[in-house]
Design a protein around this ligand. Structure first.
Ligand code: ADP
Ligand code: MG
Length: 404
């Protein structure tokens, strides 16, 4: 990696400003799901053990640039304190003289969580003055919030302007290293599985992948726009009209690839369809075309078999986007079977990555999350990264000197 990482930093007795992603679900003042907090614990413990004075900052929800106790990080401080088994001090704000006094009172190994950065509209505006106020709390900066790495905000990018050493935390580092493996010389066959609702969300990923993959398998709601672009009847299935021509162009590229970069582009050949008027009414649709008043809600058994064959022979797999409306058990089969196939490929030695909020929910539903090589928790950030974009939060980190 060409950026500083947490292990490159001298932390002892330093004020360590760390951006984490504590954007967790909270009900009645309690954290109901703490995966994101747990994910930052490795970096947090490192700072404590090394004798740094840790100042954590995060956003939570969308408080629209003003204080709103519904979006207070207090419950997150409480949860972190339970996890660490030590006190986590909570600041009433993220800037100002009171916070400054709390920062100055920190001893090595202490942990302070600043209040929601989005209580100030300057956060998302990446305001220079606000950024300097935050940056003044840290001798060094660590970013361990991959989920917001695609946003140029004060707490992710602004603070790096004045802090000399800005490094990736362990979580961010692992995301980058794993996602980079897909970009740089992935072992072939490399199979990308794409699904989910909207073509517009995923088209960049497809465009970035066409020069790298052996096969692209497309399922889920986005598949119907591609089928429609081939003049196949799709009934009332999801259609992204605006992106029909883009879908068509992608199919043309797939048909006429660069001679040395041939890849298969495989769309569903059968489906589970549900009645437009009543989703409880559903049936198998053995052909590729779908009649009026029916909508494709899952990939069919022929498609599952075809996708599985590709996946089980792969050495590298990237999966983003469910194969059907998997939240409904009647339409979850395609997604669950693909999840199990990806787990099986992993067991056979393939390097596998699953990314995307709903895709992660799907592998959890299938009970195979721990059977995947890398689960990217970034949502929008992982999509942009897989689309080949440079993420501002990463570009802002300090370049590492080349190791001799
Ligand atoms: P991710 O969050 O993993 O990137 P997306 O947000 O793109 O995935 O897509 C997930 C959504 O796509 C799910 O809510 C799922 O119900 C929906 N979906 C999947 N297949 C279909 C389909 N055939 N028709 C309509 N919606 C679908
Ligand atoms: Mg989603």
């Amino acid at each position: 990696m060409d950026r500083l990482v947490i292990n490159d930093l001298e932390l002892n007795d330093k004020r360590v400003l760390m951006r984490v992603d504590f954007n967790v679900p909270i009900t009645d003042g309690k954290v109901t799901e703490d995966t994101r907090i747990q994910a930052a614990v490795k970096s947090i413990k490192k700072v404590i053990v090394d004798g740094g004075k840790l100042i954590l900052m995060s956003h939570l929800g969308r408080p629209k640039g003003e204080p709103n106790q519904t979006f207070s990080l207090k419950p997150a401080a409480k949860r972190l304190s339970e996890i660490l088994g030590k006190e986590v001090k909570m600041a009433g704000d993220c800037v100002g003289s009171e916070v400054e006094s709390m920062v100055n009172a920190l001893n090595p190994g202490d942990v302070l969580l600043l209040e929601n950065t989005r209580f100030h509209k300057e956060e998302t505006a990446n305001d220079g003055e606000f950024s300097s106020q935050l940056a003044a709390f840290g001798d060094v900066f660590i970013n361990d919030a991959f989920g917001t790495a695609h946003r140029a905000h004060a707490s992710t990018v602004g603070v790096t302007k004045t802090i000399k050493e800005c490094a990736a935390g362990y979580l961010l580092q692992a995301e980058l290293e794993n996602l980079n493996k897909l970009q740089e010389a992935p072992e072939k066959p490399f199979v990308a599985i794409l699904g989910g609702a909207k073509v517009s969300d995923k088209i960049k990923v497809i465009q970035n992948l066409v020069t790298k993959v052996s096969s692209i398998l497309v399922g889920g709601g986005m598949a119907y726009t591609f089928l429609k672009a081939q003049k196949i009847e799709i009934g009332n299935s999801l259609l992204d009209d605006e992106h029909l021509s883009l879908a068509h162009n992608t199919l043309v590229v797939a048909d006429n690839p660069h001679p040395h970069k041939k890849f298969d582009f495989i769309l569903p050949s059968d489906h589970t369809v549900a009645s437009k008027s009543n989703m409880a009414e559903f049936k198998m649709n053995d052909s590729v075309s779908i009649a009026d008043d029916w909508m494709g809600v899952d990939i069919g058994s022929k498609t599952i078999a075809a996708f599985k064959e590709k996946i089980l022979n792969a050495k590298t797999v990237l999966w983003n986007g469910p194969m059907g409306i998997f939240e409904n058990d009647n339409f979850a089969k395609g997604t669950m079977e693909i999840a199990n196939a990806v787990a099986e490929a992993t067991a056979k030695g393939a390097f596998t990555v699953v990314g995307g909020g709903d895709s992660v929910a799907a592998i959890e539903k299938a009970g195979i999350r721990d059977k995947i090589s890398h689960v990217s928790t970034g949502g929008g950030a992982s999509l942009e990264f897989m689309g080949g974009a440079d993420l501002p939060g990463i570009m802002a980190l300090t370049k590492a000197k080349k190791k001799a």
